[in-house]
Each structure stands twice: as structure tokens, then as C-alpha cells.
Design a protein around this ligand. Sequence first.
Ligand SMILES: Nc1ncnc2c1ncn2[C@@H]1O[C@H](COP(=O)(O)OP(=O)(O)OP(=O)(O)O)[C@@H](O)[C@H]1O
Ligand SMILES: [Mg+2]
Length: 254
Amino acid sequence: MTGPQPHNQKEKMSTGSDITPTYELETASRAYGEGATRVVALDGLDLTIKRGEFVAVFGPSGSGKTTLLQLLGAMDRPSGGSIQFEGQALEGLGDSALAELRLRAIGFVFQQFNLIPTLNAAENVEAGLAPLAMSRAARRETAANQLEAVGIAPRARHLPTQLSGGEQQRVAIARALAHSPRVVLADEPTGNLDTTNGELVMELLARLHSELEITLVLVTHDEWIAERADRVLRLADGRLVEDSAGRVAEGVAR
Ligand SMILES: Nc1ncnc2c1ncn2[C@@H]1O[C@H](COP(=O)(O)OP(=O)(O)OP(=O)(O)O)[C@@H](O)[C@H]1O
Ligand SMILES: [Mg+2]
């Protein structure tokens, strides 16, 4: 496979603002279960996320934040409505096309770090590159560079149990970035960290966002990050109740 090429390209070359957005959601919904146990986790979201945006997502427990990230990450499909990634409708893609998209374009950072306990830091980053057609030497070099970029190179041979929580999360960020994704999705990446390490991880993500020009969607409870983000979304009961860039996103004239 050559990797997912956005068909239905809507790019107009005139100005930067006309570039196809990273995401376009139209009344996107996700319901779980049937009958009495049915839960509408996301309820008709209309949302556009532009390329390169840093979006912070807030909301109480159960409001649909993780559900939204799973849909954006092509780990799941909407049960209603549409989600376009770079102009391509995700709900129309099969499992292998979604997997390919995740592999090429998207990096994930989780609250629990999700490192492989039997692999050291460098091997964990390399493991993320294994499905790509890269030589062993190229994987090693990429992993070393990524660990350097997140400031953890001196710990490259340490197992996860020999690393602090903040260090483990930095390794996980290196892994998420190793394949040069266009989007990074982070689900409460500081949820298991103390304040100091949490701030270090947030600063790192914010810095990498501006250096690498990735689209960053970050679920968090850290209100101070709202000042660093380009845009703040708030969910409640599966609905978007606040969008700091709503007028822009909707294309409403001022
Ligand atoms: N696989 C599932 N099956 C059934 N219900 C689910 C499933 N995943 C999530 N839900 C329900 O969907 C709703 C939204 O869940 P979600 O995990 O998206 O919330 P969240 O905002 O991430 O919460 P938290 O802050 O606690 O992580 C919740 O009511 C949850 O119980
Ligand atoms: Mg969650």
C-alpha cells in the first residue's frame, strides 16, 4: 500500500486558510449498547479542527472525551454522522484502511503510558516503528533521535520500571512522534503524574506542537493548559457546550 491519500481533495491553493482541515465532524455521534443500557456518549458533534491547531478538550467524567479521541484516532467509527480526516470520510473505510491511517498519520499518548514492560525505553520507541518498512538501523537511529528530542536519551537503556512516571510519559511521547505523525492525540497525559512532572509533560507537548507543526488534540483537567492551547473545547453529556474558536470554526462572519 502507498498509504492513505486524501481523495476528495478540497484544497484550494490561494491562501493557507483554505487548506483542507485535519478534521471535519458533521453531527458525529457514538452510542454504545442497546435498549435500556444504550448510552449516547457523543451526541451530534459539529466540529472543524484546522491543520496545526492545538486543541484542549475539557469536560467532566463521562462527557465523551475519550470517545471523541477514539473517533479522531480512527480507532472507532461514528454510529451516526460523518468524520472526515483530511477530506476523507472515516466511516467509509475498512479496518485495514483505518489501521494504515493510524500507522501513518496519527500518534497516541495515553494516561497510563502503555509502554511494553519487558522492553527498554529505546526498544519501546523502536517497537512503534516495527510495522513500517524501515531497516533496523533506521529504526534505532529514529528512536535515539526521538528520545533526545524529549530529553530522555540518558535513560534509553532503562526499563519502564526503572523510570519515573514523567520519564515514562516522555518515552511514550517519543514513541507517539517517531513515525512523524501529522496528528497527536493525547488522553489525559498528565493524569498519572504529580504537578511538576505534569507541567513538564505539558510543556514538552506544547513545544513539540509548535516545532513540528502537528495538529494536537489534548484531553486534560489542567485548566492552565487552556492558556497554551489555540482553542478550548468543553464537552458535557456528549455535546459540545463551549468552543473558544466556535465563530471561526463555524465560519460565521463577525
Ligand atoms: N465501550 C463502552 N461501552 C459502553 N459504554 C461506554 C463505553 N465507552 C464509554 N462508554 C460510556 O460513554 C460515556 C462517555 O465515556 P468516555 O470514556 O468517552 O468519557 P470521558 O469523558 O473520557 O470520561 P473520563 O473523564 O472519566 O475519562 C460514559 O457514560 C461511558 O460510560
Ligand atoms: Mg476518558
